[in-house]
Design a protein around this ligand. Structure first.
Ligand SMILES: [Zn+2]
Ligand SMILES: [Zn+2]
Length: 432
């Protein structure tokens, strides 16, 4: 018998520990170490770093000096040097449980990174009041990925305890760099999902109250994140303006015209220029400009339309002002749908779980998530996938500096995922 009270306590302890030491995408060295050590001590086969990451498919990773600084801090904050070495500069971990009995391979995806936002100093904010607010300046678990990681580890523990009653294989995936949709393709391209029959991703919160669980979400927006650098020529603004090439004007022209891209009749589009910096001095023709932007669309075609138009604007603006432009894609996610059959299997498996007051088959995706790469990779090979939502009272919206989860929902999440393996897996077997 699983001691669910002990699981709940431990889930909250881990969540609070991770909340205290949040790490941004591709820098989750301590977090990966915590996950890998626990998986190993539970008896899992553990893979990490380049064993689970294809470096060519990594998007938006910081330069080497930043990586090294963060590794040093992770060790100071308790990361195990043994795991740091195994990671080889790349975060993320995979735990494999092979029951030795025939059956499906079921994979669970948990994202582990934090948000680049500073946690509030408000003394009434619970993590501050109870002493587990972020100690890493500018970083905070403001999306609940601390809760996801804790749930993944507790799922690992309960499945190992009841291993003799299970069949097939279970993969527990701890994915880096979900924020900015940068991490999933590198895990897909490393091949960790090749024999997966069913993939389940889960996200806490999303404005859904505690007690509500959604077995599948729809309507993910495809998105592309990109940085643009314009390089012109800086000259004296009065003495030789005609010899300058104005990067600021190119970027400003691009920003205005990006927001003027026409919508598409086949689906929603979104575009945002979120950062624009340019120039060096009052009397200097600006020779440099830098822009961070993103596009989104309802489906592959609409997203491709808005991205293609965006690239035309970005490059056309460079041409107008005679400057060079360089575009770096820093993140991307596609759309994917949760399979009906899996949503049904999960609905049946979740009957009677304590803590669930409202079980829904359909939910809103609320934006983009790079789990869609994993979902589609599994679906393309004939498997099924779903993106669940675990309701949890969060007070404020995601990425807000006052974000906090209802910790009572953590154990509900673990119970749901455990039930999917114990009760649902036999319905998923394509091999037997
Ligand atoms: Zn987020
Ligand atoms: Zn999130």
């Amino acid at each position: 018998m699983i001691d669910w009270e002990a699981i709940e306590k431990e889930a909250i302890r881990i969540r609070r520990d991770l909340h205290t030491y949040p790490e941004s995408g591709w820098l989750e060295f301590r977090t990966t170490s915590v996950a890998a050590s626990m998986l190993e001590s539970l008896g899992y086969e553990v893979r990490t770093g380049l064993e689970v990451i294809e470096p060519k498919s990594v998007m938006g990773r910081a330069p080497q000096d930043v990586i090294e600084r963060n590794i040093a801090r992770a060790v100071e904050q308790g990361a195990d040097p043994k795991w740091i070495e195994r990671m080889d500069g790349y975060t993320g971990a995979l735990g494999i449980l092979d029951t030795g009995r025939p059956g499906p391979t079921v994979a669970f995806r948990f994202d582990i990174d934090c948000v680049d936002v500073a946690e509030t100093q408000d003394p009434d904010h619970r993590p501050r009041k109870e002493g587990f607010a972020s100690v890493n300046p500018g970083w905070m678990h403001a999306c609940g990925h601390d809760a996801h990681t804790a749930m993944g580890l507790m799922l690992a523990r309960v499945l190992m305890e009841e291993k003799d009653e299970l069949c097939g294989k279970v993969l527990i995936i701890f994915q880096p760099a979900e924020e900015g949709v940068r991490g999933a393709p590198a895990m897909v391209d490393r091949g960790i999902l090749l024999d997966v029959d069913a993939l389940v991703a889960i996200h806490i919160g999303g404005g859904i109250p505690s007690g509500t669980v959604t077995t599948g979400c729809h309507g993910f927006l495809c998105t592309t994140k990109f940085d643009v650098t314009y390089t012109g020529v800086s000259t004296h603004a009065a003495g030789s303006p005609q010899e300058g090439r104005n990067a600021l004007l190119a970027a400003a022209t691009a920003a205005l015209n990006l927001h003027a891209i026409a919508p598409h009749s086949d689906g929603r589009t979104r575009i945002n220029v979120g950062v624009l910096t340019a120039g060096t001095g009052r009397n200097v023709i600006p020779g440099f400009a830098y822009m961070k932007a993103e596009t989104r669309g309802d489906n592959d075609d609409v997203a491709a339309y808005v991205y293609d138009r965006a690239m035309a604007v970005v490059k056309g603006s460079a041409e107008v002002y005679g400057v060079r432009c360089e575009v770096v894609r820093t993140g991307a996610a596609i759309s994917a749908d949760s399979n009906f059959v899996l949503r049904e299997i999960i609905r049946d498996a979740l009957q009677g779980i304590p803590g669930i007051t409202n079980l829904q088959m359909d939910g809103d995706a609320l934006g983009s998530d790079d789990a869609t790469w994993m979902m589609r990779a599994v679906q393309d090979r004939g498997g099924v996938a779903t993106y669940m939502r675990l309701g949890s009272h969060t007070g404020v919206g995601h990425h807000n500096d006052h974000f906090d989860v209802d910790e009572a929902t953590l154990v509900t999440g673990v119970r749901c995922l455990e039930a999917i393996v114990r009760k649902g897996a036999r319905f998923l077997d394509r091999k037997g």
